[in-house]
Design a protein around this ligand. Structure first.
Ligand code: 3HC
Length: 288
């Protein structure tokens, strides 16, 4: 049992963020439905949760058998039934405003009255998404970080019409997951973290595109000089190069050629086995 008024959570999207948020909520004791548009996406996401739970169990970081956590997770491809009795819906679909608005219009139609409708958007306007519903006071941003099971922070973002009750419920829900939430009271593009992190991805990608440095040199410099856990290219591989690409596209920023090339070649990072680096069997990167 959990301490919030929320019992049933639905996560829309089984990708990197969607499966991670599902996992974290199920570990915290919530019943979670994870829904994606295709069975194969759902199966991949579920497989990733199984892998991650096994890792946590191996290290003694689960308080119960992984099967008990998995028992709290339902999956599906039907949106209507997935959200029918949700107290909280968190969408983690790709970072495109047209898609997000379609999802929120569907939620307006099918989610129960009073449900909290949250977006895990990393930089798009919560206000604009809320505008696709007739209940913008129930819409809030809940921005998790990748990988959700390891990253502590959650940004809770107010859209222009988000009610305090909704934002507070989202904040308390994040706390109940063992996370540290912060409020972002203005719906600024990129919120706090990605506003600051944007140049951390842009500048290196331009340097490499302009042959001013190599990928490994940039990453080694940031890790050894700044003490970051990973350099910007390894980080973009972790979050998905396509994610950053869409964010830049949506905000009208010029895309560094190396980033565009990776997306064109479907080399999106860890999830495709190759991005700025190549990955074998989940191995990490060594850049000295
Ligand atoms: N679940 C379970 N275990 C996992 C895991 C997961 N999701 N991901 C990695 N692990 C495992 C690894 O496989 C490894 O297992 P092993 O010891 O058996 O080999 C183990 O965890 C330890 O991994 P590492 O030793 O490589 O590293 P750490 O645990 O010290 O840290 C990290 C891993 C937390 C990912 C760290 O490198 C880090 O903090 N990186 C930066 C991540 C970050 O900044 N994320 C935010 C990105 S921005 C974002 O998400 C915004 C969005 O809007 C784009």
């Amino acid at each position: 049992m959990t301490d919030t008024d929320i019992a049933r959570v639905t996560v829309l999207g089984a990708g990197n963020m969607g499966h991670g948020i599902t996992e974290v909520a199920a570990i915290a004791g919530y019943d979670v439905t994870m829904r994606d548009v295709k069975e194969e996406f759902v199966a991949d996401g579920y497989g990733n949760i199984e892998w991650s739970l096994e890792k946590l169990a191996e290290k003694g970081r689960l308080d119960e058998p992984a099967e008990d956590v998995l028992d709290r997770i339902d999956t599906g491809v039907e949106l209507e039934s997935a959200v029918a009795d949700a107290d909280l819906v968190i969408e983690a679909v790709p970072e495109r405003m047209d898609l997000k608005k379609d999802v929120f219009a569907d939620l307006d139609e099918f989610a129960p009255e009073g449900a909290i409708l949250a977006s895990n958007t990393s930089s798009l306007s919560v206000t604009e998404m809320a505008g696709a519903t007739s209940r913008p006071e129930d819409v809030v941003g809940m921005h998790f970080f990748n990988p959700p099971v390891k990253m502590d922070l959650v940004e809770v973002i107010y859209g222009d019409r988000t009610s305090d009750d909704t934002a507070e419920a989202a904040y308390e829900f994040a706390q109940s997951l063992g996370k540290t939430p912060i409020y972002v009271r203005k719906d600024v593009r990129g919120f706090v973290v990605n506003t600051v992190l944007g140049p951390f991805g842009d500048e290196p990608a331009w340097m490499v595109s302009n042959d001013e440095a190599t990928i490994r040199e940039v990453d080694a410099a940031m890790v050894h000089q700044r003490g970051y856990p990973m350099g910007p290219f390894e980080l973009m591989d972790l979050t998905g190069i396509d994610v950053g690409y869409h964010v830049r596209n949506e905000s009208g920023r010029e895309i560094p050629p190396i980033m565009a090339e990776k997306v064109e070649n479907d080399e999106l990072g860890r999830k495709t086995g190759r991005g700025y680096y190549e990955y074998e069997d989940g191995e990490g990167v060594n850049y000295g």
